[in-house]
Design a protein around this ligand. Structure first.
Ligand code: ZN
Ligand code: ZN
Ligand code: ZN
Length: 139
């Protein structure tokens, strides 16, 4: 989750034109501390204004290519997206087997493989039961 990044500036930095849809999708990603699946994103966007599934996928693809978003496979095989970019370095994820959320972890929560020569990207998914589910706080 990030409250300090300006989506318009991120797009500009990524060499992208700040179209309304790009701004909406990137803002939605920046506002979440969990990686979001496309259906969940669509729901989020539609709370504010109509959004079209095809343009959502197209926008996600554009953001991925510009390095402003990353995609991750959750434990159920579905694909989730989260914000990336200069202020959002690679981070790992925790998948809850119970509520199927894919939480973003702090950058230094897991350290693996970074000392291996030639490695440029490491993606680790931890599977388990999130705190919410462990404590029965809903979910
Ligand atoms: Zn940020
Ligand atoms: Zn959970
Ligand atoms: Zn993430």
């Amino acid at each position: 989750m990030c409250g300090s990044c300006d989506p318009a500036r991120l797009l500009e930095g990524g060499g992208l034109k700040a179209t309304p849809m790009r701004l909406r999708v990137l803002s939605a990603l920046l506002g979440e501390s969990e990686a979001q699946g496309a259906p969940a994103l669509l729901e989020l966007l539609r709370r504010e204004a109509p959004a079209d599934k095809v343009s959502l996928y197209r926008t996600l693809e554009t953001l991925l290519q510009a390095g402003l978003a990353t995609r991750h496979e959750a434990g159920d095989g579905s694909v989730r997206y989260c914000a990336a970019g200069p202020a959002h370095p690679d981070h790992h994820h925790f998948y809850c087997l119970s509520c199927r959320r894919l939480y973003c972890l702090e950058q230094d929560a897991v350290s693996v493989g970074t000392h291996v020569p030639g490695v440029s990207h490491v993606s680790v998914r931890l599977d388990g039961t999130c705190q919410r589910c462990r404590t029965g706080a809903g979910g």
